[in-house]
Each structure stands twice: as structure tokens, then as C-alpha cells.
Design a binder for this molecule. Structure first.
Ligand code: CP
Ligand code: NVA
Length: 320
């Protein structure tokens, strides 16, 4: 039986039910890992990781994760590979597909990831583009569920640049049925047509970040200047001055609200030290959960669904 090849290029690529499965698998894999129990479902499989932008967490979590699942991971970057010398994406995809079982790519344009996936014979994972960062939001929501239970019906606040993280949270809200309150400085707001949202039921826009935070269950933000936008640094520093998550904002959120940041963070810019290093912050838990959530993702893409009773692969995605 041949099943259609699945990729993970945007958060909306998976269904509500598939996310429920992935969160259960991430929990199971994490629990087993914490008990030092070996789990090698990807024995002999190879992940290639292509980086056209810098990374600490993404590289570490994919590389460690693949090794801990019994496989191996290979790091390529634009500087040292033929990608940096203009080898076409199509040709690269043919070569990768012949030698590897999974591809993770971090690059600038979402179109590059889409082109790679279209030409690939193995699953492709988006490790961040200018438009989306689905692996991070996968880990963030897994973290929220661990600490506060189901996210459906909850309010998540996005303070600051409506960037790749914000776009991904907006897609997640539609799939998992929660609401995102967004407050961004003028000129840096969300571009709804770009994300392909189907309606306005799952987000609300606010001029004042404090109004956005009222009653929220999760407050999150990100750097004022994302990778690739460094030329705008000074203009952004001025525009974003009023969009800092401080205790003044956290005070109006729900009393058990949590704070998240994908990291790396700039203390004193988008968040104050008292918030990111304070008791409501889950930033280290989210970072660690990249490992566990992406193991579940790689297992799903490489083997399909595992029967949760017997542990056998059920061949629903990419495994036949
Ligand atoms: N959050 C995140 O993706 O971190 P890195 O840029 O270090 O991979
Ligand atoms: N929005 C940030 C996220 C880094 C993990 C960037 O794209 O640089």
C-alpha cells in the first residue's frame, strides 16, 4: 500500500486529532527518556539538517533527538554545501531523498521549503522560515498542556512583532480552537492574507498590549528583530519600545498565566528579566520540550502512527 507522503511545513499541515496523538506520543517518549529507557524506533534512519540561518536549540534538539531514537543526523549549511553555490533545490532534493530518511530545513523563504518538499521523496520538516516556526509552537503547546491542561478555549497573547512565531500561533489557534490576542506596533502587525486564515474567530487585534493581556492564560513574545531583518534593527528598536512584556502586563493576565519565549531572548527589550526569569516563566521547559515533541514528530513522519497499545507501527503516514 502506498500512502501520500506527509511533510510538516506549516502548523495547519496536521489535524486536531493528529496533534492530540502527537502530544500523547511526546508525553510517552519524554517519560521513557526520563527513566533512561532505550527507545530506538528510528534505528539506522538518517536525518539531514540544512541550516541557512543560525541555530542553537533547533540543531541540538533534532540532532540529539535523532540519535536518542537510534538514528543519526547530518548537519549541512549554506556556507559549506553546494546549496550556497546555487545548486537547484530540485537537484538537492533528489540527492537527499536517495541517501536520507528525513529532511529538516531552516531557511528564509517559505517557498524554498515548499519547493524542497514538492521534489522530495522523504518527509520534509520546516525548522523555521521567515513565515513560520511550527516545531517551536508544537513544543510550546505541549508545554502548556503539561502545565495547565488542554489549550482549547484558552487565550494566548502575542506581544510585539507579528513574525514567524506569531503566524504559527495564529494557525495553531484555528486547528486547536483557542484565541490569540495580538498587539503589535503600527507597521509590524499581522498580514492575514499571507497566513491563509479561514476566519476571524480565533484572534483579536489590540493597540495596547495591556488590553491584550487582560485575563490571558499564556503571554508570549519574541525578539524585535528576527533573523534576516537585521538591517531594520534601529528602526525596530524605536518602534517596539512600548511592546515589552513586564510585570505590569503580567499583572492583568490570569493569576495562573504562564510566560513563554522561543528564545534566544533580549532581556530589557521584548521582555524584562523579572518576567523571563520569574515564577511564571516556562522558557526552559519549552526549550527542552523541543527535543521530546520533535521526537514524536519524526517518529510520526518516518513510521506513521504507532499503535499506542501494542507499540506497532500502523502505517498511516510515510511508512509504506
Ligand atoms: N527557538 C529556536 O528555534 O532556537 P534556535 O534559533 O536556537 O534554534
Ligand atoms: N522570530 C525569530 C525566532 C528565532 C527562533 C527569528 O526568526 O529569528
Amino acid at each position: 500500500m502506498t500512502t501520500p507522503l506527509r511533510h510538516y511545513l506549516q502548523f495547519k499541515d496536521f489535524s486536531t486529532e493528529e496533534y492530540a496523538y502527537l502530544f500523547r506520543r511526546a508525553h510517552w517518549i519524554k517519560d521513557r527518556f526520563k527513566r533512561y529507557e532505550t527507545y530506538h524506533p528510528l534505528f539506522d534512519r538518517t536525518l539531514v539538517m540544512i541550516f541557512e540561518k543560525a541555530s542553537t536549540r533547533t540543531r541540538l534538539s533534532f540532532e540529539a533527538g535523532m540519535q536518542q531514537l537510534g538514528g543519526s543526523a547530518i548537519y549541512l549549511n549554506t556556507r559549506d554545501s553546494q546549496l550556497g553555490r546555487g545548486e537547484p533545490i530540485y537537484d538537492t532534493a533528489q540527492v537527499l531523498s536517495g541517501m536520507c530518511d528525513l529532511v529538516m530545513i531552516r531557511t528564509f523563504e517559505q517557498a524554498t521549503v515548499e519547493q524542497l518538499a514538492a521534489a522530495s521523496r522523504v518527509p520534509v520538516i520546516n525548522g523555521l522560515t521567515n513565515d513560520y516556526h511550527p516545531c517551536q509552537v508544537l513544543a510550546d503547546i505541549f508545554t502548556f498542556i503539561e502545565h495547565r491542561g488542554p489549550i482549547a478555549g484558552k487565550t494566548v497573547v502575542w506581544v510585539g512583532d507579528a513574525n514567524n512565531m506569531c503566524n504559527t500561533w495564529l494557525q495553531a489557534a484555528e486547528v486547536l480552537d483557542f484565541c490569540v490576542h495580538i498587539s503589535s506596533p503600527p507597521g509590524y502587525g499581522v498580514q492575514l492574507e499571507k497566513i491563509g486564515l479561514s476566519g476571524t474567530d480565533h484572534f483579536q487585534l489590540f493597540d495596547d498590549p495591556k488590553d491584550a493581556c487582560r485575563g490571558a492564560h499564556l503571554v508570549t513574545t519574541d525578539v524585535w528583530t528576527s533573523m534576516g531583518f537585521e538591517a531594520e534593527n534601529e528602526a525596530r528598536r524605536q518602534a517596539f519600545a512600548g511592546w515589552c512584556v513586564d510585570s505590569n502586563l503580567m499583572t492583568v493576565a490570569a493569576s495562573d498565566a504562564v510566560f513563554m519565549h522561543c528564545l534566544p531572548a533580549h532581556r530589557g527589550e521584548e521582555v524584562t528579566p523579572e518576567v523571563i526569569d520569574g515564577p511564571q516563566s516556562l522558557v526552559w521547559e519549552e526549550a527542552e520540550n523541543r527535543l521530546h515533541a520533535q521526537k514524536a514528530l519524526m517518529e510520526f513522519l518516518a513510521l506513521g502512527r504507532i499503535d499506542e497499545q501494542t507499540g506497532a507501527a500502523r502505517c498511516e503516514a510515510n511508512c509504506c
